[in-house]
Structures are given as structure tokens and as C-alpha cells.
Design a protein around this ligand. Sequence first.
Ligand SMILES: *Cc1c(COP(=O)(O)O)cnc(C)c1O
Length: 467
Amino acid sequence: MGKGGGVQQLKMIPKVDKVLEWPAVRALLECHPRPLVLKALRVVLDELRAAALKGALAQDAFGEAALVTALTRELERLQAPSLRRVINGSGIVIHTNLGRSILPEPARQALNNIAFCYSNLEFDLALGERGSRYSHVESLICELTGAEAAIVVNNNAAAVLLALTALANGREAVVSRGELVEIGGSFRIPDVMRLSGVTLKEVGTTNRTHPKDYRGAVTPETALFLKVHCSNFAVVGFTAEVSAAELVALGAECGVPVLADMGSGNLVDFTGKLPCEEPTVQEFVRAGVDVITFSGDKLLGGPQAGIIVGKKSFIEPMKKHQLLRALRMDKLTLASLEATLALYRDELTALREIPTLRMLTIPYPELAERARRLMRQLRRRIPAALSLTLVEGFSQAGGGTLPLLNLPTLLIEVRREGLSPNDIETALRGFRVPVIGRISKGGFLLDPRTLLESDLADLAAALTSLA
Ligand SMILES: *Cc1c(COP(=O)(O)O)cnc(C)c1O
């Protein structure tokens, strides 16, 4: 149809006042706020106008039935929450874009207990007077890590900021050139140091730093030796790093305390469970590191939080620091963190109950069996036009942790005649419960490692929508 047809069609679009009189729309006004209905109606009519201008609409597109259907759908879209559950089929366990770690089951009860009731958040029940929110997890963290004192803030970035500000503001901190890292989301060690009012003294080279480099950098202005976990990259080949224990010895020799940003915050010994080495917080405490910071939602597998542990004389000033108020964690985080940490009292319980740890350490035969079972379950629920096949591949830890770790997995490849892997990816991402997979070697793949038992029905529905 030509331009004339388009203008002709424009005339057929009903007026807003008219539409609001229709019984079906009056019914919508009964159960939705009027401004919202008007907003949705404008969107629908604008779309209709745009389509009409192209002259590409069928007669019944302007009718009451079609319009009310479109209006109802738009109202649903406007009222749907922006933050939604998705199905993680990417195989990236600590997926930063998908919420990093998911909480262990006991955290559900803890959240339920605290979120909808009053609590003793800042009330000392024994003394009947004001208490501290930081007291709830301190002794548990000390018990688990062997540290003298602990404090928890909003995230590890905040923990580093607070520790640097409280311990070295207006003075210098010495850092190896191999550890001046940028974490995703533009957290850069040199920038955080500047923000904390700490002068950065770089020592060594990108690949090799020696004790003498630190020693040579000490001046009367030196407040800290800072050690930073490389997190999302690795230096391999001709390398030399000063270990935490060596740095502690150097610190004792020079009268300089040691601060370590451990990044992901690992509390379990992965020997025999993961083909990689990751230092534990306990090791660093035992080595005598004065202050250690780490995340709550990376390898620890809890809520977003920044945990600071260390010697009392260094943690106490942080508890009194003005900055703490701006970085403080809320009660829901505290509740779910306490529930997560409690699982670490028994390492096997932690490995079994904390999803992040369970997904990372599940033995391959078990994972492969799960992939086969999942495929059988899906086949029963989806149309025959979809083909599912198992292919070998690898999963990743993600979240800027264990960057060299490639965990063998058995992936489910999804194919549909007439759809490219990109088409499948787009359609599944747009489903009511979005499904996130990955495209590799020309196929669309789902990794059972990060899929949950509770994902099955929605995953099947999403796949069915492809056929
Ligand atoms: C991830 C990370 C951070 C930031 O931690 P958040 O909890 O994301 O704020 C800081 N330092 C290192 C070394 C990290 O790996």
C-alpha cells in the first residue's frame, strides 16, 4: 500500500476518549491506576500510528478486540518488575551479570525471619541497650578465619576503601607492579588508592617483584604494604612474587603493617577438589597478615558484602571511622551472610550446601549423569522438532576468580531447523523466564553445571516456545 493508504489508515485509529469508554477498557480501569492505563494506551496507539503510516495494517488491527489485547499486554509489560529471575545455562558459576553467587537454602529462612519482623539489629538484648550491627557476625567470622577481629561492609570495594583510608590516609602504600589490577566494573587499585588519599608507591616489575623491592621503597611516610589478589588474570612464565608470609616478615623488619585484598575470599581447601590453587583467608591470617579484605558473593558464595578481618588494633579504628556509616551493610545482607557463614563450621556441609561451591566442585561423572538425565527430562517435555545433543566442553568460575580454571562439562546443544544459534539465543533470552546460554563452535549450548533443579519446567517451556 502507498502513502495514501497510510494516511487513510491513520484516520481509522480511535480517539483516546472513545477507547476509555469501551467496556473492556473500563474493566481495566477498575483494576489498574488510570495514569498507567493512559500511559499504556498511548504506547499502543503510537505503535498503531507508526504501523499505519507504513500502511501495513489489516483492517481488524483497529478493532476493539485487537486494541484491548495489545493494551492488556502493554499494561503487563509496564508492571513487570525490572529485576527478574533468569535461568543461568552459561556454565559461568559466579556470573557477575547474573547476580554472582546464589544463596544457600538456610539463607532463605534467615531472610524470612528478619525481613518482615523487627530484629535486634542494633539492640543488645543482654544489656537492654543500644548494640552494634557489626557484632552479629564478628565472632563467627573470627571463629572461621582465626582472626582477632572482623567488620563487614557493603562489598569488597568498600572494604578496601575503608581499610586504606583508615590505615594510610595522607601517607604511602607500597604495591607490586604485578598487582595493580583492574577488576570488572572499573574497580582499579590505583584509583581506589587515590580516592583513599593514599600515595601509591609501585615497586618491582609486571612479572617479577622481590622482597628487596619493597624494602627499598620504605620511607618514614610508608603506612602499608598492600598485597592484591590478581583475581581475573594470571602472570605465568618467568615470574616472582613476594608471598604473604614473606611480606609479613618484611613488614616486621621495617615496622610496616600488611594489608591484603584477597578478592574472592576463599575459606575452603580445594586440594583434590579443584585443579587449581587458591589461598585461603585462614592461611593469610596464620601467616600474620595484619588486615585482609574479601568479597561475600564470589567464592564465599554468600550475599554481596565486603569482609575485613585482622588484628584488633587495626580493625578498631575502622569501626569508629566516619566512612563506615556510608559503607554499612543492611540487615538482609547481614541475615543471609550469617546463615551462609554458619555452613562453613563444617567444610563438607559448606561444599554440599553452598551452591557456588557445589557447582564448582561437582565431580565430572556426576555432572555428566545430570546432563543425561536433564536431556531425558527435557525430551519428554518439548516438541520433536527440537534436537538436543550432548557435547563436551568447559565451564568457568567467573566473577574474576580462578581465571585459568577450565572445568570439564557435558553441554546440551539445542538445534531447531530454520533457526540459527543466534536466533535461538535471542528467543530464549526474550522468554518470560529468560534463559541465558552461550554460543560456541556454531552451536547454542546450555551447561547443566549452573542449571538448578527448579529451572526444569521453565526451561522446557522456553525451549517449547522455539518450536
Ligand atoms: C572482586 C574484587 C574486588 C571488588 O570486590 P566487590 O565485592 O565486587 O566490591 C576488589 N579486589 C579484588 C582483588 C577483587 O577480586
